[in-house]
Design a protein around this ligand. Sequence first.
Ligand code: TNX
Length: 530
Amino acid sequence: MKRTACVFVATAVLAGCARAPKAKAPQPAPPGHGLPSGAAALLPLPARLEPGRGAEFRITGKTVLHAGDPALAGSAAALREWIRRATGIAPAPASPVAGPPENAIELSLDPARTALGPEGYDLVIDAKRVLLTAAAPAGVFYGVQTLRQLLPYWAEHEAVLFAEPRPATLPPLHIEDTPRFAWRGAMLDVARHFFTVDDVKRFVDLLALHKMNRLHLHLADDQGWRIEIAKWPDLTAKGGLGEVGGTPGGFYTKAQYADIVAYAAARFVTIVPEIDMPGHTNAALASYAQLNCSGQAPPPYSGTEVGFSALCVDNPATYQFIDDIVGEIAAMTPGPYFHCGGDEVKTLTPAQYRTFIERVQTIVQAHGKQMIGWDEIAGATLLPSSIVQHWRPEAPKDTLARAAHLVLSPADRSYLDMKYHSDIAIGLTWAGLIPVKTAYDWDPGTLVPGAAPGSVLGVEAALWAETLANIRDLEFLAMPRLAAIAEVGWSPASLHSWEPFRLRLAAQAPRWTALGINFYRAPDIPWKSF
Ligand code: TNX
């Protein structure tokens, strides 16, 4: 395909870019979203997008799908299934050929394309073929998510909607896309309310659709311990029984956790396990009397207060416990991180707290993991590899700026458990109301003044579960704000703009509806109907 020099971006359909170069007069901008028709639902917005000049690519019974590398088999299978649902046609796998045949969709790896990085991709669509190239498999996976958003929304229906094959088209274009940040995460609190393996997988699906790559699981808090630990079986046998409100809790067996890890890995999502300590530990303290300074186990807790519990930090046996926990979780977690929590400790002196965090950090390192903790840990002496997760809007910015690595989850922007609006029954308000625009309109590049260049790894949306009873509640608070945070993490700052975002968000409604997502129909978004 002949490339024009004219790069076209979201808000500015530059004069002459949308058509043949002979057209001198400025072209009318497509309505609002600033993307060529057929590409109006891309979210997050690609870094560079240039409309093509020829005809559309038509998916017919003759279309073949070729994945040039076995590492791309998962992405190819997913794409084939979306195409089948969209058209009633499952493209045949092409046998390897010298050059891609016509009417072909070709997925390939080219490690020489280093500028694409580990997650970027290059997608060229013209009348004859679709070429998706990346330097690594994750890039092809994200390119396939882009193709998915170019297919009709009914690709998301599990049942094919019509009896006869119905060809679909893909718009001619060239996308060269790389993420702004390496860390594009979401945290799910499975401790305050328990979510099943299937619920967690459904959440992973939402992350993958929006090119997010970290799922932080908050696996233990005052109300529940949710992960099987062989050496300390009562953590789950006793500590896993309840949840907020006194309803039955639950926990993941090691096999179930492995299932979550594998499901996430197949979608290029890394699991970040969190065991919150030294506070938020009532479930552990209630399970084992010896973890308490008093030697007495407290009763289980099903309320929503914070800050009252703490491990017995001056007892050497506490560190044996932590070593066992970190060791077992590290062994079942392929990702490089262990999250130690560290937030909201109200019962220890600052010196006790700092000493505790530094000891835990040594244990985490000994088990081969990189420690991450909530922003209170920034007051301790941290290893160069440790990561500070900023959450308190009032956290001292100068302390944060000294952190070697930061993940940004400002509660007044990215806490998905805050209410959208005061009339909504579920959600909290302590960090304020967070309508969609508030979740979208911030810049991780300037949030922490003085942060060293490159120290901001990225962003993470947090979904605390005090008020969530089930997956429907989860979806309602997450969507659409999760999509807003995904774009903050992926798309370049120069393209960040509420108005075109709002219209692309509106264009998600048919797809999300087909997926059965219980999203909040925020009144300031002109949601598209079918
Ligand atoms: C603060 S965020 C907490 C959580 C609560 C959340 C509710 C953080 C590190 N700690 O324990 O669930 O507020 O929004």
